[in-house]
Design a protein around this ligand. Structure first.
Ligand code: SAH
Length: 288
């Protein structure tokens, strides 16, 4: 099953060392990106503050500086960072807030968010940058199989002053069997990790019953309907959705016109113990 990720092919990542990113270059581009993204412009108190801009600059600056060393991404032109990494991560957050998810609300205990395959820290770091920086309100966990990418995420979080971010190294299919991680998160998200049926099996076991799975997708919208159709049996077997709990697709466009979408689904019951299976089985025999 082909997956169109947000990234060009792996080999393209080595092209050229980017110029160090400065505030003078980044901040005007970020203001333009905000103005061209209706979902962000609609919530200026969250997305347009000077404090958020400074934290996002620091995340972008570290990404540019570390990209080659940690093999993070080939999307490094300043405008592309603003649009294809930051807006691409933050527009879905705006949609989740519109859906009533209580990210940033004081619930008496932290609202827990897991980013599966966080890589260079997307969407995890931009979410933590714009939401309240209070560990009693929010807890963000970035999970990845690759330790050096998580070192970058921790370095970026520290540089941007984000106190709500922690990382866990491991494979999702192993971590999902660990006490303290299985059915332990209010919201589980992932961007550019795997096709939807595979992603659902990796992510659903982490979601608390009553919590949500949110997949950030970049596949063309016509194909995506097929992808979602193919994933429906998997969602059902994994305890996701049904009746009025989704899955639901929200579509949006980046300022450059690139189509994107967010697949959102509530978890209704427990995920059967047999899931997630081993990686080879998940990918060779997706749930049908
Ligand atoms: N979410 C980031 C990174 C996408 S690249 C972004 O949007 O930029 C995919 C990442 O998922 C890689 O860092 C890879 O190490 C991680 N990954 C893939 N399969 C995984 C698995 N089964 N368990 C944990 N991490 C995984």
């Amino acid at each position: 099953m082909a997956e169109l990720t947000h990234e060009p092919a792996e080999g393209a990542k080595s092209a050229g060392t980017p110029e160090p990113l400065t505030r003078e270059v980044f901040l005007p581009l970020w203001r333009e990106t905000l103005a061209a993204s209706p979902e962000l412009a609609a919530k200026p108190e969250i997305f347009s503050s000077d404090e958020a801009a400074e934290k996002l600059f620091r995340i972008a600056e570290r990404l540019t500086a570390n990209a080659r060393r940690f093999n993070l991404t080939s999307i490094l032109a300043p405008r592309d960072i603003a649009e294809k990494h930051l807006a691409d991560s933050l527009v879905p957050l705006s949609i989740l807030l519109d859906c009533g998810l209580p990210l940033g609300e004081d619930l008496g205990e932290p609202y827990t968010v897991l980013d599966v395959g966080t890589g260079a820290g997307f969407p995890l770091l931009p979410w933590a940058a714009v939401l309240p920086d209070d560990p009693e309100i929010l807890s963000f966990t970035g999970l990845d199989a690759t330790g050096k990418k998580l070192a970058h995420v921790r370095e970026s979080a520290e540089y941007a002053g984000l106190r709500t971010v922690r990382t866990v190294q491991g494979r999702a299919e192993d971590c999902a069997r660990k006490p303290g991680m299985r059915e332990a998160f209010d919201l589980v998200t992932a961007r550019a990790v795997a096709p939807l049926p595979v992603l659902a099996e990796l992510c659903a076991p982490f979601v608390k019953p009553g919590g949500f799975f949110a997949a950030l997708k970049s596949v063309p919208q016509t194909e995506e309907d097929g992808e979602l159709g193919a994933a429906r049996p998997a969602f059902k077997k994994l305890g996701l959705g049904g009746q009025s709990s989704g899955p639901e697709i929200f579509r949006f466009a980046l300022p450059n016109g690139d189509p994107r979408s967010l697949v959102l689904c509530k978890k209704r019951g427990l995920t059967p113990r047999e899931y997630p299976r081993r990686w080879a089985e998940i990918t060779k025999r997706p749930i049908v």
